[in-house]
Design a protein around this ligand. Structure first.
Ligand SMILES: Cc1ncc(COP(=O)(O)O)c(CN[C@@H]2CONC2=O)c1O
Length: 410
């Protein structure tokens, strides 16, 4: 059985610095792209680039065909009832802003409650702050416990008759822990609340089935899923999308326009004003094909084993704090840590001298940082193309940090 996928990724094959191979461990920020995706985009521009939906000539018809084929593929990938439930956006941020500013503003009234978690990325937090302020509604939080988990009692306590929207991440981009979505959805259904799921950090690592999850909306980004930047998906149940107002007005999203009014197209194109990112959609289609070729079972095996290996190695290093106590099989390969006496930015700079790429900072999760009692963390985020050698080089480099900073080692 294949254990090393780096050769599928040109950048990983060719990138060295000072004779050292790149150890890329910032996959929660963005993933590298397999040759299959790069070739698909290249072929699009070499063979059938045109503006879709508008030209009555073969090239435009082909561009339309591949754009809509990508929509069908995305629908199938997440188990949507139909491609009509798939809106292409720039990414998770645009998807979540669309839900908040369209569905949220139309359905939240004074005194209603919107419930999010303290783990949310700013793109699933600030839009809900804006809706709550505009509608004089209450924004409430599910708080993680000392282990970085959302306690079930917190979920049942915070979801009540006034809760109209529950918007949560399936996996935190800081802690990596998989949230108890089944319980959240069950409780939300009891009070008739709508569930918005941020799947940006889960869908690269685990199968997502919107019908099985029974969520009303789901958002993810192509670039975290080995596809190009600039393409993302908002899944929405048809009954919601049909009633929602578009966010961007322009070409391709209208039925008729008079001097003082406009009627909008049916289906997802209502939300896709202007010339769309066809190359991104083509790349997303190729990325999904690539992932399905490997299979989530194999991806999960590799990543769970590697995450557990990394956690075991981390726990052997003195002066290192790892946040979140979950083990490798209930955690996407995201590990946030700090080294006593070392600022995260210094740590990532020192590691980069060994060509090890990790993230340091607040990860667009200021409220979570405060809740954790830290200003910032270092973050390792691995995926199936990483290897045990990558982890060994990472740990070896981390072990040098305190010495480089002149801190006592014991
Ligand atoms: C959980 C989560 N939601 C939403 C987003 C926003 O995605 P887009 O930037 O694609 O719209 C991110 C981005 N993750 C950030 C990006 O860099 N590092 C991170 O952890 C995220 O991790």
């Amino acid at each position: 059985m294949r254990t090393n996928y780096k050769d599928d990724f040109p950048l990983l094959k060719n990138s060295t610095a000072g004779g050292k191979p790149l150890v890329y461990l910032d996959n929660a920020a963005t993933t590298q792209k397999p040759a299959q995706v790069i070739e698909a985009v290249k072929e699009y521009y070499e063979q059938y680039n045109a503006n879709p939906h508008r030209g009555a000539y073969p090239l435009s018809e082909k561009a339309t065909e591949v754009y809509e084929a990508a929509r069908e593929k995305a629908a199938e990938f997440i188990g949507a009832d139909s491609p009509e439930e798939i809106v292409f956006t720039k990414g998770t941020t645009e998807s979540l802003n669309l839900v908040a500013s369209s569905y949220g503003l139309d359905n939240i009234r004074e005194g209603d409650e919107i419930l999010i978690s303290i783990e949310e990325h700013h793109s699933n937090l600030i839009p809900w702050q804006a809706v709550a302020k505009t509608r004089n509604a209450r924004l409430r939080y599910l708080y993680t416990d000392e282990n970085g988990k959302l306690p079930l009692e917190e979920i049942s306590a915070k979801i009540n008759a006034r809760t109209k929207i529950v918007a949560v991440t399936q996996v935190s981009n800081v802690l990596g822990i998989v949230n108890p979505l089944g319980e959240i959805v069950r409780r939300a259904r009891e009070v008739g609340a709508v569930v918005v799921l941020d799947a940006a950090q889960s869908i690269p690592h685990m199968p997502v089935d919107v019908r099985a999850l029974d969520v009303d909306f789901l958002a993810f980004s192509g670039h975290k899923l080995y596809a190009p930047t600039g393409i993302g998906v908002l899944y929405g149940k048809k009954e919601h999308l049909r009633k929602m107002q578009p966010l961007l007005f322009g070409g391709g999203m209208v039925d008729d326009v008079s001097e003082q009014d406009a009627t909008f197209a049916e289906g997802p194109s209502k939300f896709e004003g202007g010339t769309q990112n066809v190359e991104g959609a083509v790349g997303l289609h190729a990325a999904i094909d690539y992932l399905e070729g490997i299979g989530y079972e194999r991806i999960g095996q590799i990543e769970s084993e590697l995450t557990q290996y990394a956690l075991t190695r981390f726990h052997s290093i003195p002066h290192v704090t790892v946040y979140g106590k979950e083990s490798g099989n209930n955690r996407a390969g995201i590990i946030s840590f700090n080294i006593d006496g070392a600022h995260p930015h210094d740590v990532s700079t020192i590691l980069s001298a060994d060509n090890v790429a990790i993230r340091s900072g607040h990860h667009c999760a200021h409220p979570l940082m405060r809740h954790m009692g830290v200003n910032a963390t270092c973050r390792v985020s691995l995926c199936f193309y990483n290897t045990r050698d990558d982890i060994d080089i990472l740990i070896e480099s981390i072990c040098k940090v305190r010495e480089v900073l002149g801190l006592e080692l014991k």
